[in-house]
Design a protein around this ligand. Structure first.
Ligand SMILES: CC(C)(COP(=O)(O)OP(=O)(O)OC[C@H]1O[C@@H](n2cnc3c(N)ncnc32)[C@H](O)[C@@H]1OP(=O)(O)O)[C@@H](O)C(=O)NCCC(=O)NCCS
Length: 147
């Protein structure tokens, strides 16, 4: 597994393609261009055997960061890639001088909830009806971690 930080000179199309395979409403290339251009944001990619297998997007302001997204392609899941990406994301957050991390997760996403709990995140709140699903709305669990 290899991890790298993307820059504005990188092509955002593969990032959007990966995100679209992981989420029903994936972000497009223009979204990723915006993240890549922001001083506050980091876009990290995880490679397995030279192939882009996962990514995360982070936003840091002062001592706090939000993990805006984290995802791993289905065929690479349950092998530690998500945890490696999360650990590396936290290292980048520390490098920026922040030590509090926030993230939201849909309450119907047991894989992500397990990933965060196992990595030491604690729930500090809940937003009801935050995520849209076909014919339903799902609550968001709000997690935080002090690094
Ligand atoms: C969430 C996601 C990133 C996890 O990636 P992954 O590579 O499978 O994660 P890992 O293999 O590193 O597993 C991390 C932990 O989560 C647990 N886990 C992973 N998938 C799980 C599942 N389906 N059910 C229960 N626990 C699960 C693992 O047991 C592991 O626990 P451990 O640290 O005690 O071993 C991946 O499922 C994904 O991309 N999902 C779609 C996008 C998404 O929902 N992102 C999160 C949005 S908040």
């Amino acid at each position: 597994m290899q991890l790298r930080r993307f820059t504005l000179s990188d092509d955002s199309a593969p990032l959007a393609a990966l995100h679209g395979q992981c989420f029903a409403a994936g972000w497009d290339a223009a979204d990723f261009d915006t993240y890549l251009s922001r001083e506050t944001d980091d876009v990290l990619g995880l490679y397995i055997k030279g192939k882009l297998a996962g990514l995360s997007v982070l936003r840091t302001a002062a001592d706090q960061s939000d993990i805006l997204t984290i995802c791993v392609l289905k065929k690479y899941r349950k092998k530690g890639a998500g945890r490696a990406l999360l650990d590396r994301s936290e290292a980048v957050i520390r490098e920026r001088g922040a030590d509090i991390v926030f993230l939201d997760v849909a309450e119907d996403n047991p894989a992500a909830i397990a990933l965060y709990r196992n990595a030491g995140y604690v729930q500090h709140g809940r937003r009801s009806g935050y995520y849209r699903r076909p014919g339903a709305r799902i609550g968001a669990l709000l997690f935080q971690k002090k690094l």
